[in-house]
Design a protein around this ligand. Structure first.
Ligand code: HEC
Length: 133
């Protein structure tokens, strides 16, 4: 009786272990593909963000900021360089571009989000671009 129960239990345990292993492998594969697609997405979003930032009818950031890849930049605002190390938290950059008057009520920088000059998605793309500067 005891032996029968033992032998019956053994393959079941094996199957559970196999299922668990398969689950772990699937999770790893899923995680790897998500990470890869996220990196690819951030890259294409950064390119899109550059276009929006330089577009005179969109971000028009070059009016006030020097930015890598841009020409005829103004100098009302600081040159935007090394942004990722200055603002490692992307939410901070989202906040600055959305409404810098919250941080500095006297700023001349337009509140791109509050004034609906840019959509949330466009601001996110611009921030992806800022993080490459
Ligand atoms: C009319 C001028 C003007 C425009 C246009 C402008 N900014 Fe600014 N920006 C400023 C000024 C001035 C500051 C300095 C901080 C302040 O005034 O609060 C600033 C600060 C910043 C900062 C913080 C920089 C740092 O080193 O701390 C970021 C990031 C930024 N701007 C991004 C942008 C982006 C992206 C755009 C375009 C979507 C943009 N700005 C458009 C004037 C401008």
């Amino acid at each position: 009786m005891t032996i029968a129960r033992f032998t019956a239990a053994t393959p079941r345990t094996g199957r559970i272990a196999d299922a668990r292993r398969a689950g772990i492998v699937m999770t790893l594969v899923l995680f790897a593909s998500l990470t890869a697609s996220h990196a690819a997405q951030a890259q294409s979003s950064a390119a899109e963000g550059e276009k929006i930032a330089f577009d005179r009818s969109k971000g028009n950031c070059l009016t006030c900021h020097e930015m890598k890849g841009g020409t005829l930049a103004g100098s009302i605002g600081p040159a935007l360089t090394d942004i990722k190390s200055k603002y490692p938290d992307r939410n901070e950059l989202i906040a600055i571009v959305t409404d810098e008057t919250k941080r500095n009520p006297q700023t001349v920088m337009p509140p791109f989000g509050r004034n609906h000059i840019l959509t949330e998605k466009e601001i996110s793309a611009v921030v992806d671009f800022l993080q490459t500067l």
